[in-house]
Design a protein around this ligand. Structure first.
Ligand code: ATP
Ligand code: BTN
Length: 244
């Protein structure tokens, strides 16, 4: 059973909830949970999801342009979240290629987009977002990288209901715009929000490490890295970006 909005106290993963129900979901259907027993990040990594402290939100989106268009999607979703948080007074939020939100060089939120099957040209996607709202140091003690929360990033913390409503609305609008204008319409916005623009970074690509200066993104959503060889695009789910 499913509806436009499912609010669930305890769940394995809000992404999994929607993935299991794809055939029955209206466009933009949302699942929100208070606690995830098996919240997940990219490549099987864990997303720590303590009860009541954060926002765990997933949205179903049928992308008629198909999988090719799904490449730029996590970037566009990052922009949507950053801009939504700006409207709520958190104006120093930045994006990190390809799927994170940062505040003061610490991880504030992560995006995980998963796909289940295609019908014809359309791709069925679940867009998941984990946003740290008021997670305490004690709750986040097992996280093995620098993280932060909205309490730090926002002078005047909005109510979680308002936060969820603003994020859902902005996500919906942004996905609709992306279907119409593609990634082209978002590149300047990304570059304005990019946490690492013109900064030294390294890319971890399997066993390989490539160092250079981050120079934003191209029309495909690839990360542009400047090395001695010039500026080259990097794209693919196996790449992780780190500041130097
Ligand atoms: P990448 O650059 O490849 O995305 P990543 O380390 O950010 O690398 P992800 O898969 O995006 O990896 O996110 C999962 C990681 O995020 C976990 O391994 C952990 O380090 C961190 N993490 C887990 N839960 C949280 C949380 N609630 N807040 C912030 N960071 C978290
Ligand atoms: C990442 O940084 O790797 C992405 C983390 C995404 C976490 C969210 S929380 C809601 C949704 N359900 C999940 O199991 N994961 C995403």
């Amino acid at each position: 059973k499913c509806s436009n909005l499912d609010l669930i106290p305890v769940i394995d993963s809000t992404n999994q909830f929607l993935l299991d129900r794809v055939g029955q979901l209206p466009q933009g259907a949302v699942c929100l949970a208070e606690y995830q027993q098996a919240g997940r990040g990219r490549r099987g990594r864990q997303w720590l999801s303590p009860f009541g402290s954060n926002l765990y939100l997933s949205m179903y989106w049928r992308l008629d342009a198909g999988m090719a268009a799904a490449m730029g999607l996590s970037l566009v979703v990052g922009i949507a979240i950053a801009e939504a948080l700006q409207t709520l007074g958190a104006d120093e939020i930045r994006v990190k290629w390809p799927n994170d939100l940062y505040y003061k060089d610490k991880k504030l939120a992560g995006i995980l987009i998963e796909m289940t099957g295609q019908t014809g040209e359309a791709a069925h996607l679940v867009i998941g977002m984990g946003l740290n709202v008021a997670m305490t140091d004690q709750e986040g003690t097992d996280i093995d990288q620098a993280w932060t929360n909205l309490v730090q990033a926002c002078d005047d913390l909005p109510e979680r209901n308002q936060l969820a409503a603003v994020l859902i609305e902005r996500l919906h609008q942004t996905l609709t715009a992306y279907e119409q204008i593609g990634l082209d319409g978002f590149i300047d916005r990304w570059n304005k929000l990019d946490n690492f623009l013109n900064r030294p970074v390294k890319l971890l690509i399997g066993e390989r490490v490539v160092e250079g200066i981050a120079r934003g993104i191209d029309k495909q959503g690839a990360l542009l890295l400047e090395t001695d060889a010039g500026i080259e695009p990097y794209i693919g789910g196996e790449i992780s970006l780190r500041g130097c």
